[in-house]
Design a protein. Structure first.
Lengths: 191, 271
């Protein structure tokens, strides 16, 4: 092919040179493709085309796909992490709310228990005070009764003694006592 | 090499800029460095074949690791691929554009590196300023968009060009003729010539300015104050150098973009 092209150009050259009116080499040569350069150009272009077609573009495609996958999985991981964080936050919030309720409940229970203890103490104190008061009243009443009996007995004895002195010892002591008691009772009834 | 060629001929005493006797000297390197099986490996051929090695190496080392968290170099190569895929193929052609990505990517990288030689120290020669490469790439684009049209519409693709249904019947023969030449001849020609001419112009400007700057400054002993011109040429060359970096990238983009646009018009003639 190279020889054939040379042959074509060789036949064309005299015409071209003569057209340039005697200049030894005219500008027209610049416009004619040199055969060896054309062949080299075709070879170089074919090599570049093959490299681009078979290597470069598939490589870029593969890289871009890998990058897309990486970005997609990173985004998915980020989304998952976000969801996990959100659910953790929810858990935390609900735990916090539970803890607050629990604390309020404990405080209420403590307050109730305190109130109960207070009420119990007051009730017990009142009961005890009432019991002490009652016992004291009973003792006072018993003492009063005892004092009254004692008084009654002493009045009777005194009356008998007085009567014996007045009447002389005509009555035995038991009879005297009955009389005096009756008299005292009557006195009590009159009062 | 150009420096030596041009400076040898420069009449720095009488001229203000070094222009070569024949402009082809700046572009033609036809002497073989080696010959492999009868095929001459000239400097240009070597540089063209080196594009394949450079692009393959860039792609291989940039994309072999396939790391999920990319290095700066990997990110750069990936963004280059997605620039051509999303920014050109899919944006221009549509979802169908995906199957044209290998071709568009190859065109973009091939032209970009071929252009880059222009501003690469030690090389300073864009191989895309040799007509063989723009012509080959334009021919490939032509084949791709014509085949895409035929595959999509059958022979109605050509009928749609010569008898465009979107214009009034009276105008159809004229518009059809214009469209026929425009689509099937002018398109590949302009595609090739645009790239070729831009690279030729850039290379011419840079070499003339840099060589002139160098020659005038280095001969300061002989020409005295006239050497100051050399400094002016150098400063100008610096500006053009930066401008050319933009042109290099832009031309690679435009070539790829227009190739995609041509495919799109073949697939969707009504748009």
């Amino acid at each position: 092919m190279y020889q054939a092209w040379n042959l074509i150009l060789a036949t064309a050259e005299p015409v071209l040179i003569s057209a340039e009116t005697g200049e030894e080499s005219g500008g027209i040569d610049l416009l004619l493709p040199a055969p060896e350069e054309l062949i080299a150009g075709i070879i170089a272009f074919a090599i570049i085309f093959l490299v681009v077609w078979k290597f470069a573009l598939p490589a870029v495609k593969k890289t871009l796909e890998a990058r897309q996958d990486a970005i997609r999985s990173e985004l998915a991981a980020a989304e998952q992490a976000k969801q996990e964080a959100a659910s953790l936050l929810d858990d935390y919030k609900s735990q916090m709310a539970g803890a607050k309720d629990e604390a309020a409940k404990i405080m209420a229970e403590a307050r109730d228990a305190g109130d109960a203890v207070k009420a119990d103490i007051v009730t017990r104190a009142e009961t005890e005070a009432a019991a002490i008061k009652a016992r004291a009243s009973e003792e006072v009443a018993a003492e009063r009764a005892r004092v009254a009996d004692e008084l009654k007995r002493q009045v009777a004895d005194l009356s008998i003694n007085v009567a014996e002195r007045v009447v002389g010892s005509s009555l035995d002591s038991d009879q005297q006592r009955v009389l005096v008691d009756r008299y005292i009772d009557e006195l009590g009834g009159v009062q | 090499m150009e420096l030596i060629l041009a400076s040898g001929e420069c009449d720095y005493v009488n001229e203000v800029i070094c222009a070569p006797g024949n402009v082809n000297e700046l572009f033609e390197f036809r002497e073989p460095i080696w010959t492999i099986l009868g095929f001459p490996i000239t400097r240009t051929v070597f540089l063209i074949l080196a594009i394949a090695v450079i692009v393959s190496a860039l792609l291989f080392f940039g994309l072999r690791k396939k790391s999920v968290i990319p290095s700066k170099f990997q990110a750069l190569m990936e963004s280059l691929v997605s620039f051509v895929k999303d920014g050109i193929a899919i944006d221009i052609i549509g979802p169908e554009g995906v199957k044209y990505v290998p071709w568009l990517m190859s065109v973009f990288l091939f032209v970009l590196i071929g252009n880059m030689y222009e501003v690469t120290p030690g090389v300073n020669f864009p191989v895309t300023s040799r007509m063989a490469l723009p012509a080959m790439l334009a021919a490939i684009s032509w084949i791709v968009f014509v085949v895409a049209g035929i595959k999509r519409q059958g022979l109605r693709y050509f009928l749609g060009i010569v008898w465009p249904s979107s214009v009034p019947v009276a105008l159809r023969p004229l518009v059809g003729l214009i469209e026929f030449f425009s689509i099937l001849f002018i398109r590949p020609l302009t595609l090739a010539v645009r790239l070729f001419a831009n690279m030729v112009a850039g290379h011419l400007m840079l070499t003339l300015l840099l060589v002139s700057g160098w020659v005038f400054i280095s001969n300061v002993g002989e020409i005295g104050a006239k050497a100051g011109i050399g400094i002016a040429w150098f400063i100008m060359a610096l500006g053009i150098f930066i401008f050319e970096i933009v042109v290099i990238t832009l031309q690679a983009y435009i070539f790829t973009l227009l190739s995609a646009v041509y495919v799109q018009t073949s697939l969707y003639p009504d748009h």
